[in-house]
Design a protein around this ligand. Structure first.
Ligand code: ADP
Length: 445
């Protein structure tokens, strides 16, 4: 087993990784920017090293500084968390070249899944259902027109290197196609330095349903059911739940087995998420994330597992402890992303937290790195806490969420807590009747 893990992240996820490592008797090293000297992950880790100034490009993304931090502290492994360098194949490769273990998949799997065309192609060959569309990249507008006419409108033009919903344009008719094609290409070029685009059938009212998978790197893999993350604003997830209100046990077993088999055949190691759009009872693969996700705790609650500990175990060369026959979902879990943002426009709201009180009690988990007097720096993501509730069924989980939200106090900055209180009053949320457009409609955007 590793002796010391360097955590290449900040905030709640740095703490999450520290907790798993500490419980396994592994020492931790926190890295931080000069803006995060007083951060909780820095206080709790066994050692800490400043890797640069506030800007993430010069600190949390600064590969040479992070490698130096590993060498100085003698860390034998790095956990990247999510975001930052977690899906950077170059980083995984450089660590490997330095004899330091990257706690994540092999760099070739990160590379394949980071290219959406290659990812789709790979998944299709592995028997995972994909959204109908062009066969790879579009060479010209004429090709785009031919594919769209063959498939029928509406269609979506997407960037091969896309992320965060950028470089994505809908064309509802032939008249809109040329503009959508050219705009998507120029946006993709500007955002990712790559103007390769491809086409998919545009699904009009899908849900976002993703399957958690885990592989041992040697051909064995399991699935841990699905998460429903359909409540989104600008392609950002806001509330996630497991199981999905619309997936029954048989459907779960079917899509889960398809995903686990694909991951096993790939010899994928560690945690991954296969994301689908789900419409009219059908799954359509959109992308795979080769890392731990923000919303992993809802799966942990329902399946009673520690995904981070398992990531660490398999990265260290131990046998995967997860067995499909033991993975039985129990109850229902919901996560709310509490952001330091001012409603109604969700403007980031950094600053000093004067009072913080976390909810507690049966079935309540709060993953957060904030504390009384903590100053939220303006340089990073606005997520300050994840509130996760678990109860025997969805109805009870909603009551528990309502109760936990009533106990949560964050004073000094605005947060998105009132949004969740409002959502709990919506009949559609209570019954689980929503798709990926529901939240934006509710917010009037
Ligand atoms: P990104 O990596 O940019 O987030 P994704 O492929 O994950 O790109 O898609 C982001 C979001 O865009 C999805 O969650 C969904 O809301 C929407 N989307 C993607 N593909 C389609 C499609 N074929 N039809 C309808 N909506 C789509």
């Amino acid at each position: 087993m590793f002796k010391k893990i360097l955590i290449a992240n900040r905030g709640e996820i740095a703490l999450r990784v520290h907790r798993a490592a500490r419980e396994m008797g592994i020492k931790t090293v926190a890295i931080h920017s000069t803006a995060d000297t007083d951060a909780m992950h820095v206080r709790l880790a066994d050692e800490s090293i400043c890797v640069g100034p506030p800007s993430a490009a010069q600190s949390y993304l600064n590969i040479p500084a992070i490698i130096s931090a590993c060498e100085i502290t003698g860390a034998d492994a790095v956990h990247p968390g999510y975001g930052f360098l977690s899906e950077n194949q170059n980083f995984a490769q450089i660590l490997e070249d330095h004899g330091i273990t990257f706690i994540g998949p092999r760099s070739e799997h990160i590379a394949v899944m980071g290219d959406k065309i290659a990812a789709k192609d790979t998944m299709k060959k592995l028997g995972v259902p994909c959204v109908p569309g062009s066969d790879g990249g579009l060479a010209s507008f004429e090709e785009a027109r031919d594919v769209a006419e063959g498939m029928g409108f509406p269609v979506l033009i997407k960037a091969a290197s896309g992320g965060g919903g950028r470089g994505m344009k809908v064309a509802r008719s032939a008249a809109e196609l040329e503009n959508a094609y050219r705009t998507a290409r120029s946006e993709a070029k500007a955002a990712f330095g790559d103007d390769t685009v491809y086409m998919e059938k545009y699904l009009s009212i899908p849900r976002h349903i993703e399957v958690q998978v885990f592989g041992d790197g040697k051909g064995r893999a399991v699935h841990l059911g699905e998460r429903d993350c359909s409540l989104q604003r600008r392609h950002q997830k806001v509330l996630e739940e497991s199981p999905s209100p619309v997936i029954d046990a048989e459907t779960r077993a079917r899509i889960g087995e398809t995903c686990a088999k694909a991951i096993g055949d790939l010899h994928y190691i560690g945690a991954g998420t296969i994301e689908f759009l789900y419409e009219n009872g059908e799954f359509f693969f959109i992308e795979m994330n080769t890392r731990l996700q923000v919303e992993h705790p809802v799966t942990e609650a329902v399946y009673g597992v520690d995904l981070v500990a398992e990531q660490i175990r398999v990265a260290a060369g131990e046998e995967m402890s997860l067995r499909q026959e033991d993975l039985i979902p129990r109850g229902h879990a919901i996560e709310c992303r509490i952001n330091a943002e001012r409603l109604p426009d969700f403007r980031p709201c950094p600053g000093r937290i004067t009072t913080f009180h976390a909810p507690g009690g049966l079935g309540v988990r709060m993953d957060s790195a904030i504390y009384d007097g903590y100053v939220i720096p303006p340089f990073y993501d606005s997520l300050i806490a994840k509130l996760i509730v678990h109860a025997p069924d969805r109805e009870a989980a909603l009551h528990r969420l309502d109760r936990a939200l009533s106990e949560l106090v964050v004073d000094g900055v605005d947060t998105t807590k009132p949004l969740f209180e409002a959502l709990l009053e919506q009949p559609d949320v209570r019954t689980g009747n929503y798709n990926i457009h529901w939240l934006e409609k509710f917010l009037g955007i």
